[in-house]
Write a protein that binds this ligand. Structure first.
Ligand code: SPV
Ligand code: MG
Length: 553
């Protein structure tokens, strides 16, 4: 449904257009209300409150733009504001068109443009351009009746929707001409084709307005603006057969009072704590802006692999055999060419579009102090394994999720390959595992055997699956080495969460490694897709080696 169509649709019928909605409000026997708005946000608030229509006040739009209500904002600038208001809402807008922004010719073009942008009607007042607000000064000169009637006719002849409405606003009472002149003008404007007349008054009581409605006797719909005679009970307008009452500037005035209050309190306090509980939350702002719709649209239209994948990085362990390098930091914070390894890893993740990175800390956790990561702690790191660390981040294992050891570096495109895979559980496996060398005494490697060895054939894109992952796979049965990088789809994340819960339940969680976790998943019949990669990765054992060899500073 376009924003131009009404929310309420009878089955089998086209939705009521905004033009038809406003026309219905004007012509129905019920008293209807238009509430002032002056931008997209206030228009949304008017609509969500339940009002059936919006008064796009000239005074308010001008004030919100920081200018006077004297045609200082050009009509196309007003049109821009109206477009935002209309796009933001499904209820009709009656725009305060001042004097029609010029003569009959300007009126023609304005009406044409308003129809194009789904603005349901225009109200024009019988004064002279540039207009002055009705509540300023006395005895403002009125437009020549015939000239004004020509403007109404030109507008009606230019509307491209049959239900577009023109409301003719009579300023005779405000200018001190009295009831007869007001009625004479009303008659002429009605005859010229106005869909309604607006009788304006700046008296503190509604007497002259009600006198007008009595004499007018419903010849066409009557609109009123009770700004100055606000004390009159609304029932009086119903009794008088008024069609529409306009609450003309109260959102603007409310906003001014609220903004002044908030500004002055923050200025005085030099702190936000005082105002925070009393103002709209940021979440409320997102709601009003419609962010949930955008999130749903992203699911529909963005490639799934670019969709807010997150990462959980396992960085709780100190690292065996790295004694002097890890007295005050875990191995992931060892400097690799002037930068902690974990910072490089985070940058690689960010580079693949992964912003939400959760790092599981344990040993020397205070040393993991990088910006833009979230941390969770495995305080039992000394006696537990990787699965227990992973379980500490259960909350973050959701949606598309990358799991990485905290002490690895790899080519960024490996992540792209993993994220592009369709399977729920995917791991990166080094096919060139035999080429790796280390001086480390207790070099522990995550060997895997797979459904097929790496073939190197360009045309061979048959998927490969994990059969076994362990530190002690026979060389003959080894097809590669897991590089410590896995990717879970939304379903894969569920599977892993469920398995961690099962491991908790059978008391195997505390001691288990990620290898144990993957082995259990394979044993339970889950398919773990293997993506072979050609080396070009390292873990901290290598870093230690290279450091020893003087290749890193
Ligand atoms: C406006 O809201 O800009 C109006 C109504 O024209 S009033 O200010 O009451 O004249
Ligand atoms: Mg106005």
């Amino acid at each position: 449904m376009t924003a131009n169509a009404a929310a309420h649709t009878e089955p089998g019928h086209a939705p009521e257009t905004k033009f038809a909605q406003l026309r219905r409000l004007l012509t129905s026997p019920e008293l209807a209300f238009l509430m002032e708005a002056h931008d997209g946000l206030s228009a949304k608030i008017v609509a969500e409150t339940g009002f059936q229509g919006i008064w796009a006040s000239g005074l308010s739009m001008s004030a919100a733009l920081g200018v006077r209500d004297s045609n200082e904002a050009s009509w196309t600038q007003v049109l821009e504001v109206l477009e935002f208001m209309s796009d933001a809402t499904r209820i009709p807008i009656l725009v305060d068109g001042d004097t029609g922004w010029g003569n009959f010719n300007n009126m023609r073009r304005a009406v044409h443009k308003l129809c194009q942008r789904g603005i349901a009607g225009i109200c024009i007042e019988d004064k002279l351009f540039p207009k002055t607000n009705s509540f300023l000064g006395e005895a403002q000169p009125l437009a020549d009746i015939d000239e004004f009637c020509g403007k109404i006719k030109a507008g009606k002849d230019s509307q491209t929707d049959p239900d577009f409405s023109i409301v003719a606003r009579i300023e005779a009472l405000i200018s001190g001409w009295g009831l007869d002149e007001a009625l004479r003008r009303a008659e002429a404007y009605h005859a010229a084709g106005a869909d309604a007349v607006l009788i304006h008054s700046k008296k503190a009581d509604a007497d002259e307005v009600l006198e007008f409605t009595r004499e007018w006797a419903g010849r066409c719909p009557v609109v009123i603006v009770p700004t100055k005679y606000y004390k009159t009970p609304t029932q009086a307008y119903r009794d008088a057969g008024v069609s529409v009452a306009i609450w003309a500037n109260h959102n603007l005035r409310g906003a001014i009072a609220a903004m002044r209050d908030v500004s002055s309190r923050i200025y005085r306090d030099q702190n936000l704590a005082g105002v925070e509980p009393e103002i709209a939350t940021v979440a409320d702002v997102f709601d009003l802006a419609g962010n949930s719709e955008l999130a749903a649209a992203e699911k529909r239209y963005l490639p799934a692999n670019k969709l807010s994948a997150r990462a959980v990085v396992l960085a709780a362990s100190r690292g065996a055999g790295l004694a002097e390098m890890t007295t005050d930091r875990p191995k992931c914070m060892i400097d690799v060419r002037g930068e902690p390894l974990l910072r490089r890893l985070t940058r690689t993740l960010n580079g693949a579009g992964i912003r939400d990175v959760t790092v599981v800390r344990g040993y020397a956790k205070q040393a993991i102090n990088l910006p833009s990561i979230r941390t969770v702690d495995n305080d039992l790191f000394a006696t537990t394994g990787e699965a227990a660390s992973l379980a500490c981040a259960t909350e973050d294992i959701r949606g598309d999720c990358v799991i990485a050891y905290g002490d690895i570096l790899f080519r960024q495109y490996y992540l792209d390959l993993l994220l592009a895979a369709e399977e729920d559980l995917v791991i990166a496996v080094d096919a060139l595992w035999q080429a790796r060398r280390s001086e480390a005494d207790n070099w522990v490697r995550d060997f895997v055997s797979c459904s097929r060895p790496f073939s190197g054939d360009y045309l061979d894109d048959e998927p490969v699956h994990l059969l076994r992952m362990a530190n002690d796979v026979d060389t003959a049965a080894t097809d590669g080495e897991w590089i410590g990088l896995a990717r879970l789809s939304a379903r894969g994340s569920e599977i892993v969460r469920e398995e961690l819960t099962a491991m908790q339940a059978d008391a195997s969680l505390l001691r288990a490694s990620t290898l144990d976790l993957f082995s259990r998943l394979v044993d339970k019949g889950h398919t773990v897709r293997v993506i072979y990669v050609p080396g070009q990765w390292m873990d901290i054992d290598d870093a230690a080696d290279l450091l020893a060899a003087g290749k890193f500073v």
